[in-house]
Design a protein around this ligand. Structure first.
Ligand code: BES
Ligand code: ZN
Length: 620
C-alpha cells in the first residue's frame, strides 16, 4: 500500500508542477482509516474527578464520510474504558453500536473498532480515562505552589490525546471542537479554546474552538488558576501565588505577536494566552492553540527565558497553521518554529540576543549529535514501529533551523521571508509533508534559474546524518568574549573573581558552563561558587549546567541542591542530561536510583518513561 502510494506520488511529481495534495490513507501511528471517514467536529462532555484521577463522560464525533460503504469507524485509544457506543441514524435517532477494543499495544494503545449500520453522521463514545493515562498528569496539592488544591493537565503531543479521548489521533485529521467540563468547586478548567476569565463553572465550563485543529493540540488543565490581562489580546493564567511574577515576565507578549504578524501575516486564533503550570510539566512549553502551556522554570525574573514563549507563539503559524502530516516530518513544525522564534527574539530583544541563541543552539546540537544514532540525525525521521517520543531530540529543532537560515542567507531575507509567509498562508489549517515542502520551496527558490542552492544540498540536510560541511556557524561577539574568559579561567590565568561575571546574562552563563563542564574540577567550581553563588541560583538553565559540571567534577557542595532539583523539576530538558550523566558511574547511579525513589511519583508519565529507560528502572 505504502509503495503503491509512494509510486503514485513519484509519477505525479514527475509530470510537473501541478500541485499534488497527497492524502495518505494511513498514518503509521494511528489505527484510523483516513480514506474512509474523517472526524470533522468533536463535542466533549466530561467530568474531572481528582478523587478517581479520571475524566469521565462522552465524546461525540461528527463524521465526514469518504466511503460510506465502509460501515466502520476505527479510532485510537490508550487505557480508556469504553462503556458504550451509540450512533446516530440518518433520521436523527440514536441506537447502541457494537464495538471491539483490541489488545493494548505498548506503543500505540488499543485500536477501537465501531461497527455501523450506515454512514452515521455522529457517533458517541461513553468512556473514562485511567489514572495512569499517558497524556494526563494528576498532581497532589503538595505538588502545587498553593499546596491546598489538586491540579491536572494534559500533554497530547505526539500520540497521547488517545489516552484521554477516543479519536483519530493523527495530525492528518483536523476538527473543530466544543466542550462542557465539570469539576469540583473552587477548581477552574481551561482548554486550548476560548477561555472566559469570568466563567464561574456553574453547570460546567464551556469551550469552543472554531478553528480546525489536529488531535495533538487538544488540551485541558484544571486547578486553582487565576488570570490577569497582560496585553490587548492576551491573559496569563497560573496559580494565584505566582500571578504577578508571571504577568511581569511575559509583559512583552503583544510586542512579540506584532513582530510575528509583521513577518508572517495576521495571528489567526483570536486571543493568545499563556498558562504557567506546576514544575512537573515535562516541556518548556507546548503550543496549545490560544493557550500555550509553559513551565514555571521560565519565570527567571529578568525575562531571559522568554524565547520559549516566542517559540510557542511562533507555532501559531508553523505547526498550528501548517501542520506536519505525520510525525516523520516533525521537523516541519519545529525547525520553522525555531527559526521564527529567533526572528521574533531578534526583532523584540535585538540581534545580539538572537545571535547568542543561535550559537548556543548550534553548539548544543553538535554535542548532542555525537551521541545520537545516525538515523536520528536526519531531519526526516525513520519511525517505523517506534513511539515518536523515542526519536525526540534537538535535530528537528536546531538542525532544521540551521538549514532554513542557510536558505535565508543564500536567497536574501526579502525573498526568503515572502516564501515562508506564503507557505503558512497557502497551507493554513492544512497538513504538510517534506515532499510538499520541496515542491513549494523548489518552485519558488531552489529550482529556479541561477539558484544559489541545489536540491542535493537539501537532500543532505534532510536525509543524511550530521550537518553538511558547507554549513556556516553563527557568530556572537559577546559569546566569543566569554570563550576568551573561559580559556583564561581554565588555564589558571584568571581566578573566578577576575572574570567579572556579575553582569553576565543567562545566555553568557549557559555558554560559559557548556564549555566549562567537560573540563570542570572541584577546586575551580568552589572558586566560582564563592564568587557567584551558582549552587543557589534560581535560574534552572544555569543550575542544570552547573550541576552537570558538578557531577563530572565530583563537586560535593552542589549535591543537595541537585537532589532537590531532580525531585522538583520535571521538565525533561532540565533533568535528562543530569540523570544521563549520573547513570555513567556505578556510584552515581546508585545515588540517582535512591533519589529517583522520591522523584518518580511526582513526575509526569512521559518523564517517568524517559528516566526509567536511563536508570534501567523496572516499574512494578
Ligand atoms: N511542541 C513542542 C513540544 C513537543 C514536541 C512535545 C514533540 C512532544 C513532542 C514545543 O513547542 C517545544 O518545542 N518546546 C520546547 C521549547 C524550546 C525549543 C524553546 C521545550 O519544551 O523545550
Ligand atoms: Zn516547538
Amino acid at each position: 500500500m505504502r509503495n503503491l502510494f509512494a509510486g503514485l506520488v513519484a509519477v505525479l511529481m514527475a509530470v510537473g508542477p501541478i500541485t499534488v495534495r497527497a492524502e495518505a490513507a494511513r498514518d503509521e501511528h494511528s489505527y484510523a482509516h483516513l480514506d474512509e471517514v474523517r472526524i470533522k467536529q468533536v463535542y466533549l462532555d466530561l467530568d474531572v474527578s481528582f478523587e478517581q484521577r479520571q475524566l469521565a463522560g462522552f465524546a461525540e464525533l461528527s463524521l465526514d464520510w469518504k466511503k460510506p460503504e465502509a460501515k466502520r469507524l476505527d479510532l485510537d485509544t490508550r487505557d480508556l474504558t469504553i462503556e458504550r457506543v451509540s450512533a446516530q441514524r440518518a433520521d436523527g435517532s440514536w441506537a447502541n453500536a457494537p464495538f471491539a477494543l483490541a489488545k493494548r499495544d505498548a506503543k500505540f494503545g488499543s485500536h477501537l473498532r465501531i461497527r455501523l449500520k450506515d454512514a452515521a453522521p455522529k457517533v458517541r463514545v461513553y468512556y473514562h480515562t485511567a489514572p495512569t493515562a499517558s497524556g494526563l498528569q494528576w498532581l497532589e496539592p503538595a505538588q502545587t505552589l498553593g499546596k491546598h488544591k489538586p491540579f491536572m493537565f494534559s500533554q497530547a503531543q505526539a500520540i497521547h490525546a488517545r489516552s484521554f479521548a477516543p479519536l483519530q489521533d493523527t495530525p492528518a485529521v483536523r476538527f473543530t471542537y466544543r466542550a462542557r467540563i465539570t469539576a469540583p468547586a473552587g477548581i477552574r478548567v481551561l482548554m486550548s479554546a476560548d477561555n472566559d476569565p469570568v466563567a464561574d463553572g456553574h453547570g460546567g465550563f464551556r469551550f469552543q474552538m472554531p478553528q480546525p485543529i489536529p488531535s495533538y493540540l487538544l488540551a485541558i488543565a484544571a486547578g486553582d488558576i487565576a488570570s490577569k490581562q497582560v496585553g490587548p489580546r492576551s491573559y496569563v493564567w497560573t496559580e494565584p501565588g505566582r500571578l504577578d511574577a508571571v504577568a511581569k515576565e511575559f509583559e512583552d507578549i503583544e510586542a512579540m505577536i506584532v513582530a510575528a504578524e509583521k513577518l508572517y501575516g495576521p495571528y489567526r486564533w483570536g486571543r493568545y494566552d499563556m498558562l504557567v503550570l506546576p514544575p512537573s510539566f515535562p516541556f518548556g512549553g507546548m503550543e496549545n492553540p490560544r493557550l500555550s502551556f509553559l513551565t514555571p522554570t521560565l519565570i527567571a525574573g529578568d525575562k531571559s527565558l522568554v524565547n520559549v514563549v516566542a517559540h510557542e507563539l511562533a507555532h501559531s503559524w508553523s505547526g498550528n497553521l501548517a501542520t506536519n502530516g505525520t510525525w516523520r516530518d516533525l521537523w516541519l513544525n519545529e525547525s520553522f518554529t525555531s527559526y521564527v522564534e529567533n526572528r521574533i527574539v531578534e526583532s523584540v530583544f535585538g540581534v545580539d540576543q538572537a545571535l547568542m541563541d543561535q550559537v548556543v543552539g548550534q553548539q548544543e546540537l553538535l554535542a548532542e549529535m555525537k551521541e545520537l544514532p545516525a538515523l536520528d540525525q536526519h531531519l526526516v525521521l525513520s519511525l517505523k514501529g517506534r513511539d515518536p517520543d523515542d526519536a525526540f531530540s534537538g535535530v528537528p529543532y536546531q538542525k532544521g533551523e540551521w538549514m532554513l537560515r542557510m536558505l535565508e542567507r543564500r536567497f536574501g531575507r526579502d525573498r526568503f521571508d515572502a516564501v515562508v509567509r506564503a507557505w503558512f498562508d497557502e497551507h493554513a489549517f492544512q497538513s504538510v509533508s517534506t515532499e510538499e515542502f520541496l515542491e513549494f520551496f523548489g518552485t519558488r527558490l531552489f529550482d529556479t534559474k541561477d539558484s544559489p542552492v541545489q536540491r542535493q544540498e537539501l537532500d543532505a540536510w534532510l536525509h543524511q546524518p550530521g550537518v553538511p560541511k558547507h554549513a556556516l556557524l553563527s557568530h556572537s561577539a559577546r559569546l566569543e568574549a566569554i570563550d576568551a574568559q573561559l580559556a583564561a579561567f581554565v588555564a589558571g590565568k584568571k581566578n573566578a573573581a577576575a572574570l567579572e561575571a556579575n553582569a553576565w546574562s543567562t545566555g553568557e552563563w549557559v555558554h560559559f558552563l557548556n564549555g566549562f563542564s567537560e573540563k570542570a574540577d572541584a577546586a575551580k567550581m568552589a572558586d566560582l561558587d564563592a564568587s557567584y553563588g551558582l549552587t543557589q541560583r534560581q535560574n534552572r538553565e544555569i543550575t542544570m549546567r552547573w550541576f552537570l559540571a558538578g557531577i563530572r567534577a565530583n563537586y560535593a557542595p552542589s549535591r543537595d541542591a541537585l537532589r532537590a532539583h531532580l525531585i522538583e523539576i520535571g521538565r525533561r530538558k532540565l533533568m535528562m542530561p543530569l540523570w544521563t550523566e549520573l547513570a555513567k558511574t556505578p556510584q552515581n547511579k546508585a545515588w540517582a536510583t535512591e533519589v529517583y525513589q522520591t522523584a518518580r511519583p511526582g513526575l509526569h508519565p512521559i518523564a517517568q518513561n524517559s528516566v526509567d529507560a536511563v536508570l534501567g528502572y523496572q516499574p512494578r
